[in-house]
Design a protein around this ligand. Structure first.
Ligand SMILES: Nc1ncnc2c1ncn2[C@@H]1O[C@H](COP(=O)(O)OP(=O)(O)OP(=O)(O)O)[C@@H](O)[C@H]1O
Ligand SMILES: [Mg+2]
Length: 334
């Protein structure tokens, strides 16, 4: 079994809003704390990750956001420009070929071209070296992937191209990208979810597709935003007693008691979903807490990354599936 942080190319996907970007930032901190040089890539979205580290810019050029961590936002247009300049060597020729109306419209028109450009850039980054090729520029690349369905189409693209063409530069590029994606020693596809019916369902379907359709090795399931266990047995009677006695005259206490009841209600609602995730997703489940903060900034992301790191460590050193902390009851780590 290759450990998660021994791999170089970590993809995170899952249902929208499950905390993918937040988890990518937390994974980046955990990898950097292990001494790795990390880059986190956001794909064709308004950059959000730099702000989590307190940095307010972010774009196509990687920017340092924390010790050992850089962030980049990749767009198809900028990838195309870079690719064009690289392949055509001269900016002037590039401008002549690419920067005219027809070509500009083309990126939006050819199905899959945008995604291919994003994949091409990610692949190029994985191969980047420094010190005259002596070491890779980054030890770990974390890809904040698109949500489930879009992510599957994007990572299936190299196979689609190879089914259509077997020779030529396009096929060569697709083959190289495919080799990276399907290399168990380098790549792991991680699945984010929250303990809600739709998110767990999507995670389960995505897990099957990653194995059967994409044929990419899976890493971990990251089950995010789990509410803390509320009351111990017997506490409920005490709460009820307080509610009917002192809290009737004390609005602050009454508010506190209803917050406790709400937290308890949410926790109870989530419990079967956590269980379902463990049983069905087919990979180790790392459970992460809901954090009570208006905005998640560096302090909260650091907290999340520490929980993540502890749980990954516990999970990976567990000698048998289902050992405490792993939440994994069905199959071996894949
Ligand atoms: N463990 C957590 N506790 C509380 N809030 C969280 C947690 N994780 C993420 N959030 C919050 O949930 C919201 C969604 O998180 P995030 O943007 O990371 O999700 P996403 O999956 O990347 O969303 P999208 O699909 O839009 O890209 C954000 O406001 C984030 O701060
Ligand atoms: Mg996001």
């Amino acid at each position: 079994m290759t450990r998660l942080f021994d791999k170089r190319f970590l993809i995170v996907s899952g249902k929208g809003g499950t905390g993918k970007s937040t988890l990518c930032a937390a994974l980046a901190l955990a990898a950097a704390a292990r001494g790795q040089r990390v880059v986190v890539a956001e794909l064709n979205v308004r950059p959000r990750i730099p702000a989590m580290f307190g940095v307010d810019s972010g774009g196509y050029a990687p920017i340092p956001v924390h010790e050992g961590i850089e962030a980049i936002r990749i767009t198809p247009e900028e990838s195309m420009r870079e690719y064009g300049v690289l392949k055509l060597r001269f900016k002037r020729i590039y401008r002549f070929v690419f920067e005219n109306e027809t070509m500009r419209g083309l990126t939006g028109m050819l199905p899959g071209l945008k995604e291919l450009l994003l994949l091409g850039k990610l692949h190029a980054m994985e191969g980047e070296t420094v010190r005259r090729g002596q070491r890779p520029r980054w030890d770990t690349l974390i890809v904040d992937g698109p949500a489930t369905g879009h992510c599957v189409s994007m990572f299936r693209l190299p196979a689609v191209i190879l089914e259509a063409v077997s020779a030529g530069p396009l096929a060569d590029d697709a083959r190289r990208i495919q080799q990276l994606l399907q290399d168990e020693t380098r790549t792991a596809f991680n699945i984010a979810a929250v303990p809600e019916e739709m998110a767990v369902q999507e995670a389960t379907e995505l897990s099957a597709k990653v194995t059967n359709v994409l044929k990419i090795h899976k890493g971990l399931a990251l089950l995010n935003m789990i509410w803390p266990p509320g009351l111990a047995s017997g506490d409920e009677a005490l709460l009820d007693h307080l509610r009917r006695s002192v809290a009737r005259h004390d609005p602050v206490l009454a508010g506190l008691l209803s917050a406790i009841s709400e937290s308890e209600r949410r926790h109870r609602h989530q419990e079967p979903m956590v269980q379902r995730m463990r049983e069905r997703v087919g990979l180790p489940v790392i459970e992460l807490p809901f954090l009570f903060a208006r905005e998640l900034n560096l302090a909260e992301i650091t907290h999340l990354s520490q929980r993540l790191d502890e749980k990954i460590e516990r999970c990976e050193s567990a000698t048998r599936p289902g050992a405490p902390g792993c939440g994994y009851e069905e199959r071996e780590l894949q």
